[in-house]
Design a protein around this ligand. Structure first.
Ligand code: ZN
Length: 250
């Protein structure tokens, strides 16, 4: 996905999440008080953090660590890796490491690092929810086209009332959760690839249902990830210690 989803939609979901209310925690985390930044600047910086993994050298080619590209032969899934050296990680592994780091920084009482790590890790949740990042065989051009289409249409497709926030017990193991989700959406995402190969797009009426489902999945996965992180971090309880660590009086 591109900037519209990674920045604007992700921030919208964070704001809509009244159940775990992560936005204050994240916004206090992005700027130290002595930098005297106003709210619009902090919001922009939070969006920068969420978009950061793509920010440098984001060509049309999706790097391997931003994807988990499956191919199915018979009943078996296999993972397709890029050809470059050092490209053997996946977005699911990245997410797992981030979740682990979050727990460790919390133990170390490095609350600001927790907020920044959380902001960065949101990027991986969106990448693993993206059809073009999780099915092998998307040509670069169609990958870019599909993502631009979602970027342009997400505001019409996103319905916060359909999202269940605060499911703190849903995700037990972040790696298995992400992998299970990707496999469960394989057929739909392959169908979307085939439609794009026929020259269709999510702007067509026939693909409206699929488009809405994809956006709902992105939002629901982000909501479930935030709830999972809230179980570790307790945004409301950690906000006080975070502010004190920054020298802010309650
Ligand atoms: Zn990415």
């Amino acid at each position: 996905m591109k900037k519209g989803i990674h920045r604007e939609m992700a921030f919208q979901v964070i704001q809509d999440d009244a159940a775990t209310a992560p936005s204050e925690f994240l916004l206090y985390g992005v700027a130290k008080p002595e930098w005297k930044k106003d709210l619009p600047t902090k919001i922009r910086w939070l969006k920068d953090w969420m978009d950061m993994p793509d920010d440098s050298r984001h060509g049309s080619k999706t790097r391997n660590d931003h994807s988990y590209k499956l191919r199915r032969t018979g009943k078996r899934f296999s993972l397709e890796f890029g050809r470059g050296k050092g490209e053997q990680s996946t977005v699911v592994a990245r997410l797992k490491y981030s979740a682990r780091d979050l727990r460790e920084w919390k133990v170390e009482e490095e609350y600001r690092v927790c907020a920044l790590e959380l902001a960065k890790s949101i990027h991986w949740v969106i990448d693993f929810s993206s059809p073009a990042h999780t099915v092998a065989g998307w040509p670069d051009k169609l990958h870019a086209k599909a993502e631009s289409d979602f970027d342009r249409l997400w505001r019409e497709l996103y319905k916060p009332a359909e999202i269940v926030f605060g499911r703190r017990q849903l995700v037990k193991d972040v790696y298995r959760w992400a992998k299970g989700f990707i496999e469960s959406r394989y057929d739909r995402n392959l169908g979307l690839l085939e439609a794009y190969q026929r020259g269709e797009s999510i702007r067509d009426a026939a693909l409206q249902g699929t488009a809405r489902e994809v956006i709902r999945d992105v939002a629901q996965n982000l909501a479930d990830y935030l709830a999972y992180c809230d179980r570790t971090l307790s945004f409301d309880k950690t906000l006080g210690p975070l502010k004190r660590s920054l020298g802010i009086e309650d």
